[in-house]
Write a protein that binds this ligand. Sequence first.
Ligand code: SF4
Ligand code: SF4
Length: 307
Amino acid sequence: MKQTVAEPDRSQTKESLFAYARKKGALAVGVADLAEIERIAPAGHRPSDLMPKVKSVISIGVGGQTQGAWGVTAKALTFFGSTESLAYKIAYGMAYYIENKFEVRSIYCPPDLDPELGARYPLQSLKLHAEIAGIGARSLAGDILLHPDYGYMYFGSVFTELELEPDKPMAENPCPAPSCVSMYESTGRTPCMKFCPAQCLDGEIDEDGNQTAMDYDMAKCAEMTQQYEVVPQIIAAAIAADNPKDRDDALFGGSNKALWYKMSVGSGGLLAQCFECMRVCPVATRSELADPIRRAKARRESSAGET
Ligand code: SF4
Ligand code: SF4
């Protein structure tokens, strides 16, 4: 007799997926409204463009920096940008978990660049998935997503043919924080705008303390944070050098040597990293559960309250 798989209970299924993600280290998990993503994302970058029968998009958020990282020099901070790998790992595992437990097709959404369009176009916007799933809201710092409890997170996504009840986007945006509104009122700028080394952030806040405009010069920020073309540039400079000294400088100058080192050790912070807008952001650095020390304190207080 042919065996059939029982139709899973949608809320129990969702709870079991959330429990899986949290057990593996996720701080926040949500299901995005697929129709909303399909409406907003540009053609070619919608979930159904990758997985035609997709029914649900699950977004997973993991913690950003340790508390200690925010106090190091800019030079050291450039090495700390590799935390997204945990989000990808959990998403990868969850796709296997769903297929294994519910026998429904699932994929880990590739977080990578569109091979037909090059280094500046992701296949999908993991940020859009997280925003629609209600685990982050767009900030004045170039639309970096912030969470009122966890601050700054990294995101991964899972696409599945499993039908899940979608969550809602956050009703309130934690950005701008009250202290940022005060600073804006007195100086016309927020901390992220003031301390961005590339001066690529601008925006407006209304009298109720809400964002009304956000301006982000992505090209300027990219010079600090997304030097995807740096390897071919170094090679091109070495080929074009017309004497051995210039060739040596192109290949073995200080910052280029650091790049070869990062590549040889497989550092996640391979390219330039800049977290200065987040270093000065009260939501990213001082939210109640923003770092392991704050989360440990919250756990300790919660267990003391239970005894
Ligand atoms: S990452 Fe750096 S350059 Fe980009 S917006 Fe933030 S502070 Fe500015
Ligand atoms: S510092 Fe943070 S909370 Fe303040 S305006 Fe900038 S992104 Fe928003």
